[in-house]
Design a protein around this ligand. Structure first.
Ligand SMILES: [Zn+2]
Length: 182
């Protein structure tokens, strides 16, 4: 690499910004005065390598620092773009991780619904409390353990509660007792 050129970094924040590009060497830090500093302390000239370091690239990505692009040599401009891509990919990935976490099956809500299976008493419903995964409430009729075996006899129909869609289950096969009760 040719002799390192210096590039200008400008602090965009209203307060002092301090960066430690190498965490293992905290004595080596960059300090920028608040943006618009009358003494010009909001601009620091750093080596191109330092400008392309992950810490500085992150600060640029988060709008803390701005790089005066025209002072960069082509090699450093490329290294810088590479770092910027890596930083953006990391950010995208962490956003995806968060989305995956929200969608995890074990965070789905359970609904407590009354069992719609037939009761011992004609024309009545069992009514035992049964847990149904909220997302499955439209595919799976609420039936307690005792009535689970009747699931295939129920078909979902759509009902509207105001403008909110509800699933209502209708039993297509009726036992002799229910038929008598009709
Ligand atoms: Zn039941």
């Amino acid at each position: 690499m040719p002799v390192s050129q210096l590039v200008a970094l400008r602090n965009l924040k209203r307060g002092v910004t301090v960066l430690t590009p190498d965490r293992s060497d905290p004595r080596n830090f960059l300090e920028f005065q608040a943006t618009g500093d009358s003494g010009g302390g909001d601009v620091q000239y750093v080596s191109e390598e330092l400008a392309a370091s992950p810490t500085v690239v992150k600060a640029i990505m988060h709008g803390i620092l701005a790089l005066e692009q025209d002072t960069m040599s082509p090699e450093v401009a490329e290294a810088f773009r590479q770092q910027l891509r890596v930083a953006q990919e990391q950010r995208d990935r962490s956003e995806k991780d968060v989305a995956a976490m929200i969608d995890r099956p074990d965070t789905r809500d359970l609904l407590g619904l009354d069992c719609i299976g037939p009761s011992e008493r004609a024309g009545q419903r069992c009514g035992s409390l049964t847990a149904v995964v909220e997302k499955k409430a439209e595919e799976q009729p609420p039936l307690c353990d005792r009535h689970q075996g009747l699931a295939h006899e129920y078909v979902p129909t759509e009902d509207f509660d105001g403008d909110k869609k509800r699933t209502r289950w209708v039993r297509t096969v009726m036992g002799a007792r229910e038929r008598q009760a009709q």
